[in-house]
Ligand binder design. Structure first.
Ligand code: MLC
Length: 494
């Protein structure tokens, strides 16, 4: 199915209804009807076509949450252009990798500096692009396509090596959006507060798709900012909120949300959903006490969008990610690829209509990720006798911090580029707010100060990947074959 046909339920079907509230660069709030969202998308589609962007081309978008992100996503969808969102926090190393891998027609950038982008990349400033689009006709441009055509490439650090591009089709995104709107009872009466970054599938694959399929009212914030989140909740009075556990931890903090505000927010809200990282049972319990809402935890990943969810009606079981969504098949297998019994830990394998068919131009990685039609998630889980799944860590050593994925090898390689560092191992340690934080164990010359390494990490990579501490070692524990034994590293003392 063409995603635009699904979005037309609102863009056409509710053209005169208020669709979206968003802040401009100066912080002023604006509102648009679905018809106005549709018109902006058409103007942007005309502008992209005038710039030679055609079906199958990739367009990289490296901006934070703003109205132009939606214009560009909708314009690409209707032209059959492959939308490639890039984490706004990514720095030169990550951007060079993604742009080199997907070979885009152009990169849409904020009006900041160029040096972040590799030589030869065609850069379009988002302000200039938006101004040009505003001069274009608002008549519909639509490229007919089959639903299995790619709509998006989402780069994910996954469990092995550098980030790979999960290719999500129109059908993948449609199946996921329709599932969530029906299973979570989202309707046009909802008021969805969008604070998640749109450059990840949680904010884009779930948030934007649920908004357009249901026709609810969405308020788009640039990000979840603990200093302003109370005023936005008070002003917008959302019924629906998608967040990562770190956001829920922040919402428990009386310095962020007062007791009175918490009561009011809880009284007007219908549903709080959590995902992208495990939600600690104590956070779910504390949130219920404070907001009188049991957070609905679900499980997904960039490659497959949503896999399982706690029920909307029925027990939302703390510490679990519920049961498979409609159409999704899950099995748990042991290291010998044999099915494990209920109560035993196994690797999560899935089949799903929302599952990507491949990693972009990575035939080997794609083949390695699938086994007789099942996708190997790299996540470990256990299934209860009544069918609830609980996650039990990951096969790889990926770290999830504040809902952002960090692949330790990427950070270790950066640290080892400094000749004064001879060994490096990065691990995730528990953190009450972010779930996990990266800590680096290094063998390095005494003269090399930690701050030099920290600064280098933040200059070259997204800030959330920078190790929060460096532990100096004489040598790293290794097996006889020389592989670092991360589980033998001494525990980090804050
Ligand atoms: C945080 N920062 C952002 C940002 N979020 N910058 C731009 N856009 C955003 N969305 C920056 C801040 O400026 C700051 O930068 C640093 O991150 C830490 O910010 P903070 O104020 O300390 O925020 P904090 O309270 O720690 O909360 C961080 C957070 C953020 C929860 C707001 O981690 C976040 O938005 N996480 C969501 C990640 C996400 O969407 N994951 C979904 C992946 S898809 P500096 O430079 O000062 O450090 C997936 C599949 C699935 O996993 O199943 O969903």
């Amino acid at each position: 199915m063409h995603l635009t046909a699904l979005f037309d339920l609102s863009l056409i079907g509710r053209a005169d209804t208020t669709a979206l509230e968003y802040y401009d660069a100066g912080g002023t709030l604006h509102a648009l009807t679905f018809g106005q969202v549709e018109a902006r998308a058409n103007q942007m589609a005309h502008e992209l076509r005038a710039r030679g962007v055609a079906q199958g081309d990739r367009l990289c978008v490296h901006i934070t949450n703003r109205i132009e992100f939606i214009d560009l996503f909708l314009a690409c969808t209707r032209l059959g252009v492959i939308f490639v969102p890039m984490n706004a926090l990514y720095r030169e190393r990550e951007l060079r990798h993604i742009i080199g891998d997907c070979d885009p027609k152009a990169v849409v950038t904020p009006s900041e500096s160029d040096e972040l982008y590799p030589d030869g990349a065609v850069l379009w400033r988002v302000e200039e692009l938006a101004a040009a689009a505003a001069e274009r006709p608002a008549t519909r441009l639509l490229t007919p396509l089959d639903g299995d055509e790619p709509a998006m490439i989402v780069y994910t650090s996954g469990t092995t090596g550098a980030a790979k591009g999960a290719v999500l089709s129109h059908n993948n995104l449609a199946a996921n959006g329709v599932n969530l709107v029906s299973c979570w009872r989202i309707t046009d009466a909802d008021r969805y507060l969008a604070v998640l970054p749109l450059f990840h599938v949680h904010g884009l694959g779930n948030g934007i798709h649920c908004w357009l399929i249901s026709g609810c009212l969405m308020r788009l914030a640039e990000r979840f900012d603990q200093r302003t989140v109370a005023s936005i909740f008070r002003d917008f009075v959302p019924t629906l909120f998608f967040g990562v556990p770190t956001m829920y931890v922040r919402l428990l903090d009386p310095a962020v949300i007062s007791d009175l505000d918490a009561k009011l927010i809880g009284a007007s809200a219908r549903l709080f959903v959590s995902g992208s990282a495990p939600l600690p049972a104590h956070v779910l319990e504390a949130f219920d006490k404070r907001y009188a809402h049991v957070i609905l935890e679900r499980y997904g990943m960039s490659e497959s969008l949503m896999i399982s969810s706690n029920p909307y009606e029925g027990e939302r079981r703390a510490g679990t990610v519920g049961v498979p969504l409609p159409g999704v098949s899950v099995r748990l297998v042991g290291s010998d690829d044999a099915l494990v019994a209920d109560g035993e830990v196994g690797e999560v394998h899935i089949r799903s209509p929302a599952l990507c068919a491949e990693y972009w131009r990575q035939a080997d990685a794609t083949a390695a990720a699938f086994t007789d039609g099942w996708f190997r998630t790299g996540d470990l889980a256990v299934r209860s006798a009544d069918g609830y799944y609980a996650l039990r860590g990951r096969r790889g050593d990926m770290i999830i911090s504040g809902g952002f994925n960090i692949y330790p090898r990427e950070v270790e390689e950066l640290l080892l580029e400094d000749s004064r560092v001879s060994e490096a191992a990065v691990v995730g340690v528990a953190d009450s707010v972010r779930g996990e934080i990266p800590i680096a164990y290094i063998v390095a010359e005494d003269g090399l100060h930690d701050s030099v390494l920290a600064e280098r990490c933040r200059a070259q990579m997204a800030s959330f990947k920078a190790p929060h501490a460096f532990v100096r070692m004489k040598a790293l524990p290794r097996t006889a074959l020389g592989k670092v034994q991360k589980h033998m590293l001494p525990p980090w003392k804050q």
